[in-house]
Design a protein around this ligand. Structure first.
Ligand code: LIP
Length: 280
C-alpha cells in the first residue's frame, strides 16, 4: 500500500466495516451512559479517568477491524495508556479514542463520542466522530466531503476572530504551568471574540468547527487519538488544522488549532500564549 498515490487507494470496504462497528459500539456507550455504577480508574491525574466502557469499546473496535483487515495497525488511547507504542508508520493504521469525553461519560453529561480515523502513508483517509447520546454521526473520507448524519456540512467560513465562537478546554491535567497558560489565553480572548465554549471532548469540539457551529478550537495536551478523525472532517468541510503557533500540524506534538478559515487560524495563533507538552 505504501507505494499507492492517494487517489488510487480504495477505502470502500474499510469504511463499510468501521461504520458498522462504530454504530454498534455507540449503542453500548448509549446504554451505559446513565448507569450510576460505572467502574472508573484514574490515569495521568486525579481527573483523568478511564472506565470499563472505554476499554471494552476499544477492544471491540480493534478485534473487529483486525478480523476484517489482519495487516492493519492500531493506535488506541487505552492500549497506549497500558504501555503500547504510539507509533504512526506508512501502514494502514486505525487511530482510536473509544470514548472521547470520558469525564462527561462518567457524569452522564451527553457530550461523549467515539473518535476513529484510518491513516495510510501517514495521511487521513477516513474520519468518524459518533456521539450516540445525541445521535450525531460526523463522517469524512479523503476527497469526498464531510457529513453530519449523511447531510453535507461545511465550516462557517468566518474570516474574523472578532466574529468567532472559540472552543477551548480546561483539560484533565492539574499541571499549574498548563493551567496558567489556559487562564492567560481565556483572559486574552474574552474581549476579542464572540464567546468561548468547552464541550469536554476534543473530537466534538472539532466537529463543531466542521459543521460551522464554532469558528475555531485549540488545545495543548491532547493526543493524536483525540484529533485524528476531527482533522479530516474539518479539512473536508473546508477548514484548516494547524499548529497553535502557526505552521503545519504535528500530530504527535499534543498541540492543535482548528479553524473555519486560514485567516481566523492565523489571527488566533498570533494571540495565543503557547504551551509545549511532552510529545507522544
Ligand atoms: C479528553 C479530550 C479533551 C481534553 C481532556 C481529555 P478523553 O479526552 O477530548 O479535549 O481536554 O483532557 O484528554 O480523555 O476524554 O478521551
Amino acid at each position: 500500500m505504501a507505494s499507492c498515490s492517494p487517489c488510487t487507494i480504495n477505502t470502500d470496504e474499510f469504511y463499510k466495516v468501521v461504520l458498522e462497528l462504530t454504530k454498534s459500539c455507540g449503542q453500548l456507550i448509549k446504554e451505559r451512559t446513565s448507569s450510576r455504577t460505572k467502574k472508573i480508574e484514574i490515569k495521568s491525574s486525579a481527573i483523568d479517568f478511564v472506565t470499563e466502557t472505554d476499554q471494552e469499546v476499544e477492544q471491540l473496535l480493534v478485534e473487529g477491524l483486525t478480523e476484517a483487515f489482519p495487516t492493519h495497525k492500531f493506535i488506541g488511547e487505552e492500549s497506549v495508556s497500558s504501555g503500547a507504542q504510539c507509533l504512526l508508520t506508512d501502514a494502514p493504521t486505525w487511530i482510536i479514542d473509544p470514548v472521547d469525553g470520558t469525564m462527561n461519560f462518567v457524569h452522564s453529561f451527553p457530550h461523549s463520542c467515539i473518535s476513529i480515523a484510518l491513516f495510510i502513508n501517514k495521511l487521513p483517509y477516513i474520519g468518524i466522530i459518533y456521539n450516540p447520546m445525541l445521535n450525531q454521526l460526523f463522517t469524512a473520507r479523503k476527497g469526498m466531503g464531510a457529513y453530519l448524519n449523511e447531510e453535507k456540512i461545511t465550516v462557517s467560513g468566518t474570516k474574523n476572530l472578532a466574529d468567532s465562537l472559540i472552543m477551548m478546554e480546561f483539560g484533565t491535567s492539574r499541571d499549574p504551568e498548563r493551567r496558567k497558560v489556559i487562564l492567560e489565553n481565556q483572559h486574552k480572548l474574552i474581549p476579542q471574540v464572540h464567546g468561548l465554549r468547552a464541550l469536554g471532548s476534543a473530537a466534538l469540539n472539532m466537529a463543531m468547527v466542521a459543521c460551522g457551529a464554532a469558528e475555531a478550537y485549540f488545545e495543548f495536551g491532547i493526543h493524536i487519538w483525540d484529533i485524528a478523525a476531527g482533522e479530516l472532517i474539518i479539512t473536508e468541510a473546508g477548514g484548516v488544522v494547524i499548529d497553535p503557533a502557526g505552521g503545519e500540524i504535528d500530530r504527535l506534538s499534543r498541540r492543535v488549532l482548528a479553524a473555519s478559515s486560514q485567516e481566523v487560524a492565523d489571527q488566533l495563533a498570533k494571540e495565543l500564549s503557547q504551551f509545549y507538552p511532552e510529545r507522544d
